[in-house]
Design a binder for this molecule. Structure first.
Ligand SMILES: Nc1ncnc2c1ncn2[C@@H]1O[C@H](COP(=O)(O)OP(=O)(O)O)[C@@H](O)[C@H]1O
Ligand SMILES: [Mg+2]
Length: 273
């Protein structure tokens, strides 16, 4: 059994209700350091709620929740939560870049103000991150001048600029035109390959299968099934998982990579399809 130190995220029997409506009903989930873990499942099943618990934005009523060595269920003061959120990057469907700031300033603002990074260092870091997301040519542009896919790549760079210990991605390509999906997923794929710890909620099944170490399938606030990505996608044991995967566009659609996304882990099985 791995020591607790090798786990960046550990949820045990996490319960959360909004008013009297239970939304998470006993979630167990582990994310090892350097792992990519995907959460899939129907809309309303609690996926975003799980991610919001990881950043302390939502507080479960019951259960244990450890993130990067912090027992989140034991936090009290707002300062503790703020500190937690600095260590956990979060990228949403909506990019929420500051519209009145240049791309470069979007990337340097929080490291300077929150981490106290010297301006010059923040700028050097920003330029390196822009190169990583292939946006260095837009350093001086304003968000409104960029496509959705470009803005989302900047949002990823902005999250990285805080040097987080893990990054959460919540359906980051759902609002994008199909031709922009690949450029964003390729960036995320590279991050996972470099060993960035990531938790992803995504509807892109072939992408999730390609990059994830572990996949969790949620429904009605419970984990129905979880396991190694290749096993879960190709041999789901639960009828609910099987039905969901069938529903997710059918076998052939599920096997198709998102437009522009370059598969990184072609198994022999997939090569023959
Ligand atoms: N702030 C909230 N107040 C009340 N209900 C909420 C709130 N946020 C989410 N819910 C409900 O919790 C359930 C799970 O939501 P969510 O985690 O967003 O699901 P998913 O991300 O899987 O689509 C849904 O039924 C949703 O309506
Ligand atoms: Mg959601």
């Amino acid at each position: 059994m791995p020591s607790i130190d090798s786990h960046l995220v550990r949820l045990r029997d996490v319960h959360l209700a909004f008013d009297d409506t239970p939304v998470l009903k006993g979630i167990d989930l582990d994310v090892g350091k350097g792992e990519a873990v995907s959460i899939i499942g129907p809309s309303g099943s609690g996926k975003s709620t799980i991610l919001r618990c990881l950043t302390g934005l939502l507080k479960p009523q019951r259960g244990e929740l450890t993130v990067a060595g912090t027992a989140v269920h034991e936090l009290h003061g707002e300062a503790d939560y703020r500190q937690l959120r600095q260590r956990v990057g979060f990228v949403f469907q909506q990019y929420n870049l500051f519209p009145h700031l240049s791309v470069l300033d979007n990337l340097t603002l929080a490291p300077r103000k929150v981490l106290g990074m010297p301006a010059r260092q923040a700028q050097e870091q920003a330029l390196a991150l822009l190169a990583k997301v292939r946006m260095q040519h837009k350093a001086q542009a304003f968000p409104g001048e960029l496509s959705g896919g470009q803005q989302q790549r900047i949002a990823i760079a902005r999250a990285l600029a805080m040097q987080p210990e893990l990054i959460l991605f919540d359906e980051v390509t759902s609002a994008l035109d199909p031709e922009m999906v690949g450029e964003v997923l390729n960036v995320i794929g590279e991050l996972t390959e470099e060993g960035m710890t990531c938790v992803l909620v995504t509807h892109e099944m072939r992408f999730a299968e390609d990059i994830s170490d572990q996949v969790y399938f949620t429904e009605h606030g419970v984990i129905v099934e979880h396991g190694n990505a290749e096993r879960l996608f190709n041999q789901p044991t639960q009828a609910r998982t099987q039905a969901f995967l069938r529903h997710a566009g059918g076998e052939s659609a599920r096997r198709r990579a998102p437009q522009g996304y370059v598969l990184r882990n072609l198994s022999p099985y997939h090569l023959s399809v």
